[in-house]
Design a protein around this ligand. Structure first.
Ligand SMILES: C[S@@+](CC[C@H](N)C(=O)[O-])C[C@H]1O[C@@H](n2cnc3c(N)ncnc32)[C@H](O)[C@@H]1O
Length: 266
């Protein structure tokens, strides 16, 4: 019998998942990622701040859902584990919280599974979020998430990997349809608004990677919240979304380069 060829992660082509990990100071990246990561950081006014501001927004959004009693999280495009993962924030507030992570990148999946070993009521599903059936019918999702109760559906820094030819709302519809009243929809999304030149330079760097980046405007991001009531302050720069009282971040909000919002299903 022929040996099965080894299919591992491609470590020669830069990969945005690992580049994001590099921006956050993580260790799950290789030289090819760091070269493009440095070029992206250099092309951006406040380089590493983009990833940090996004991650901080995610933390605040998760806490907001928890304070409203939502303890189930379905995190699409969850990435490589880093400081302040959704399950850590959720379980610190309520140990019975349930978290299902979803990503289609091997490195994100294997690292997340390693981090989750022994952490109850958490799971990692390897799937493309466009394939909602694969996500929603996965044994892990069915076993952990009760859609009769409110769920926080997280799409943080992931929808900009869907092309402009794709109907993002149609991709999300099977998830949205399942959500019970009181559920949340959390979004952050890269934009070129007010930073067209810089955004074009960053997009050009992405060309060398496995994924392209597709910017959307504030209006387009707002439209993603169709049936949801936007929680104050609406769709704003990630760093402007309910900043912590003790925040000493004096970076111009637009340097966070992503729009962010949280919607609630009434
Ligand atoms: C920039 S990271 C964001 C990670 C995390 N959500 C955060 O904000 O810290 C984007 C992640 O989305 C994943 N991703 C991109 N397209 C995806 C798709 N179609 N289905 C599932 N995951 C996807 C990538 O593999 C990557 O891990």
């Amino acid at each position: 019998m022929e040996p099965t060829p080894f299919v591992g992660p491609d470590l020669t082509t830069p990969n945005p998942t690992r580049i994001y990990d590099y921006s956050l100071g993580g260790a799950h990246n290789v030289a090819a990622d760091r070269t493009v990561g440095d070029a992206i950081i250099a092309a951006t006014r406040n380089g590493r701040q983009v990833a940090r501001a996004n991650r901080d927004f995610m933390r605040r959004a998760v806490r907001h859902c928890l304070t409203d009693g939502v303890t189930q999280f379905l995190d699409l495009g969850s990435g490589i584990p880093s400081v302040g993962n959704v399950h850590e924030i959720a379980k610190a507030a309520d140990p019975s919280s349930r978290v299902v992570y979803v990503d289609n990148e091997a490195v994100a999946v294997s690292q997340t599974r390693a981090v989750l070993a022994g952490v109850d009521r958490t799971a990692m599903v390897q799937a493309d979020l466009r394939n909602a059936a694969a996500v929603l019918e996965a044994a892990e999702t069915r076993g952990l998430i009760d859609f009769d109760r409110p769920v926080a559906l997280m799409t943080v820094a992931v929808l900009h990997y869907l092309g402009h030819e794709e109907d993002v709302l149609a991709v999300l519809a099977p998830y949205h349809r399942l959500l019970a009243p009181g559920s949340y929809f959390v979004v952050s999304h890269a934009t070129a608004d007010g930073r067209e030149e810089e955004a074009a330079a960053v997009a050009a760097r992405f060309e060398a990677t496995t994924h392209q980046i597709h910017y959307r405007s504030r209006t387009e991001v707002r439209e993603l919240f169709g049936g949801f009531s936007l929680v104050d302050p609406g769709v704003v720069w990630t760093s402007e979304w309910r900043p912590d009282d003790d925040s000493d971040d004096d970076t111009p909000p637009s340097d966070s380069a992503c729009w962010a919002g949280v919607g609630r299903l009434d």
